[in-house]
Ligand binder design. Structure first.
Ligand code: C5P
Length: 405
């Protein structure tokens, strides 16, 4: 009988290898991960055997290699449960188009797909395939399902392929994958069991039955932060204004339209919240009167009376026992000066500043974090990478505050 006991300090990673020529690069990955002190257990699909032998992984990781759902070495034939029981993470590299399709559809017809379905740990995949397979709408559809299911996709890169063609589909290099695993394992428990509420997107303030006031926020930053908080083990509530984005797999998603609805949703949750991150671009004003019918066009001047909306973040930070509050400031000029004024006014331990003209709707952004110790610049990177840095920073400040309390 095989027992699966992991040492308490070592992180346990299940490394899934599917059939693709990039499997040869995964031998190097297994070596790097093992060298980094990670306890690596390899699971190969049947077709992976055509590209690389199990002995290679066994030698490099010092652990047996698994292939068979029905193997005699599986305790009571429950290998899928036992192997994933204490796993901190599963990485599948290379992830073939066929494996991705099965994963997207919940198919469990071999040990690796069964393990992935029976897991309760994060799953990361490194796709590798011919460029046409990558571009095929079926593959792209499957990948968007995986993103929605909160499965992290690393790569692929563009370049020369084993088939002689050039394009998207080359698996990321072993060192990049090892780094992605290291940072994901590190992030995994940072906010474990902490309750995080994120507001995201714009608000829409109706003027009449069809028109309204809104702003250009895409919601990408707020959604990336919600996603990074989920990855860090937090229980996440996302209160979102109207966006066109697929939401991350948060615990609670509340869709709202106006600032008043957003405030109401936040107030209903806030008592249980440890960390509040106000990313939403809340409209500062709303129409004093909302016309139930569509207003008719005339040739006359029209005056619209606006009244200020409540400041949701300030309402939260002024509570007698506020959660740890993080605000955002999108400025078009004097970024740091205006941001610090805002931080003081809203009584925030941390404020994230960015230049609105570069940040809105873009996929990459430079951020400045401003806290009691000064400013920290996060050079331009994707919104998800910035969100992960931000979560690390929030964790540091939150821990410090907790120790002082
Ligand atoms: O004052 P300003 O709108 O620039 O402040 C931005 C920060 O305040 C963001 O974190 C935003 O989510 C929050 N905010 C809010 N309610 C408002 C206006 C801004 O929560 N009505």
């Amino acid at each position: 009988m095989t027992t699966y006991v992991s040492s308490t300090s070592k992180k346990r990673l299940l490394l899934g290898v599917t059939g693709g020529i990039a499997a040869y690069k995964v031998a190097e990955l297994a070596r790097l991960l093992t060298q980094n002190g990670i306890d690596v257990h390899t699971i190969m699909t049947e077709s992976a055997h055509h590209f690389i032998g199990p002995v290679t992984f066994q030698s490099l990781t010092g652990n047996p290699v698994y292939t068979d759902l029905w193997g005699a070495n599986a305790a009571a034939n429950m290998a899928h449960i036992n192997l994933s029981r204490n796993a901190d993470m599963i990485l599948v590299a290379p992830a073939s188009a066929n494996f991705i399709a099965k994963l997207a559809n919940g198919i469990a017809d071999d040990l690796l797909t069964t393990l992935c379905l029976a897991r309760d740990c994060p799953l990361m995949i490194a796709p590798a395939m011919n460029r046409q397979m990558w571009e095929n709408p079926a593959t792209q559809r499957n990948l968007s399902v995986l993103r929605h299911d909160n499965i992290k996709i690393i790569g692929p890169a563009c370049g020369e392929q084993a088939c002689g063609e050039t394009g998207m589909g080359r698996m990321s290099e072993a060192c990049e994958l090892a780094e992605a695993v290291r940072s994901a394992l590190q992030a995994k428990n940072l906010l474990r069991n902490k309750k995080v509420l994120v507001t995201a997107g714009p608000t829409f303030e109706a003027i009449d039955a069809v028109r309204g006031l809104t702003n250009k926020s895409s919601g990408k930053m707020g959604y990336a932060i919600a996603q990074a908080a989920v990855e860090a083990g937090a229980k996440v509530t996302l209160v979102s204004g109207p966006t066109c984005l697929m939401p991350p797999a948060v615990d609670t998603l509340i869709n709202v339209v106006s600032a008043a609805e957003m405030l109401h949703a936040v107030q209903a949750q806030i008592e249980q919240i440890d960390i509040f991150i106000g990313v939403a671009a809340v409209a500062d004003y709303r129409a004093a009167e909302v016309n139930q019918q569509k207003l008719k066009k005339t040739n006359e001047k029209m005056l619209l009376e606006l009244i200020p909306n409540p400041d949701i973040l300030m309402t939260v930070s002024n509570l007698p026992k506020p959660p740890f509050c993080v605000g955002f400031a999108a400025e078009t000029q004097d970024l740091e000066k205006n941001a610090e004024i805002k931080r003081k006014k809203k009584k925030l331990p941390l404020l994230v500043a960015n230049l609105a003209q570069y940040a809105i709707a873009s996929d990459e952004v430079e951020l400045v974090l401003i806290d009691d110790n000064g400013k920290h610049i996060l050079p331009k990177a994707t919104k998800l990478q910035q969100a992960q840095h931000l979560i690390n920073h929030i964790h540091l400040l939150y821990k410090r505050k907790d120790n002082l309390a």
